[in-house]
Unconditional design. Structure first.
Length: 255
């Protein structure tokens, strides 16, 4: 019974839905939103971005969906090379019972992708009430899928809670050259071996690989922006104390 209460909490009181926009685009390198003007569902078509919501980094990867409540303040940065496409649905409603960000990471991605595409097409072509009702029907179908996904994800919530101290620390110290897995493990009160296993189960890659990927992607963004004039400056900024080691890593990663 507890699982059903958690699963239903987010959208159980949703009513009087008004869809205000459906957009497909390519993520910018980084941005800060001071106040989200509407409730939003963001579907990641490809690439990866990190959203910083209420002090917690949330990874939006290909095939996942992120709910962001109306009025939310957050920031994000792209951490994958190349294009990073998304589709988002903005909407207003009378009430959402529990207004907090929620990541849906175990979706039926092909089905969700199809629904977002159909909703985008309907939004662009909507000319009458029949089209608008079809759009709402697709939206409710999408919510149904997300609620089923939330139920599947419920069993991993305790695991994520164990990692939360390390994730919060990572948000502030990702580019600290002294950052180590042992430090992160200690924050969670587990051994380094256990921490590496928990992290890999949750995010699909070991913590060391994750840190390297984020640092190198950040370095690429800095280089492309022209913010720093030397490779040494870029290396130090993203946490590398040895510019030559950074250069080898960077060339290998982006070859």
């Amino acid at each position: 019974m507890k699982k059903r209460q958690v699963t239903a909490s987010m959208f159980e009181a949703i009513s009087n839905i008004q869809i205000t926009g459906i957009i497909r685009g390519n993520s910018t390198a980084q941005a800060t939103i001071d106040c989200r003007p509407s409730h939003t569902l963001i579907y990641k078509i490809n690439g990866e971005s990190i959203y910083y919501l209420r002090g917690t980094p949330t990874h939006l990867r290909e095939g996942t969906v992120l709910y962001v409540p109306e009025g939310e303040k957050y920031s994000f940065e792209k951490v994958s090379a190349g294009e990073s496409l998304y589709c988002l649905i903005n909407f207003h409603c009378t009430s959402v019972s529990e207004q907090k960000p929620q990541l849906f990471s175990s979706c039926d991605s092909e089905h969700v992708h199809y629904i977002f595409n159909q909703m985008l097409r309907r939004w662009l072509l909507a000319h009458n009430s029949s089209d608008r009702y079809e759009l709402l029907s697709l939206f409710y179908h999408l919510i149904s899928i997300l609620l089923q996904t939330q139920e599947k994800q419920y069993h991993t919530s305790a695991q994520y809670a164990r990692l939360r101290p390390a994730l919060s620390y990572l948000e502030e110290h990702l580019y600290d050259p002294d950052l180590t897995c042992s430090t992160l493990a200690a924050l969670c009160g587990v051994s380094e071996v256990t921490f590496r296993g928990l992290f890999a189960d949750q995010f699909g890659e070991p913590p060391k690989k994750y840190i390297i990927r984020c640092r190198l992607t950040k370095a690429k963004t800095i280089i492309e922006s022209g913010e720093y004039s030397t490779l040494n400056e870029v290396a130090y900024t993203v946490g590398y104390q040895d510019p030559l080691y950074f250069s080898r890593h960077f060339k290998k990663y982006f070859k």
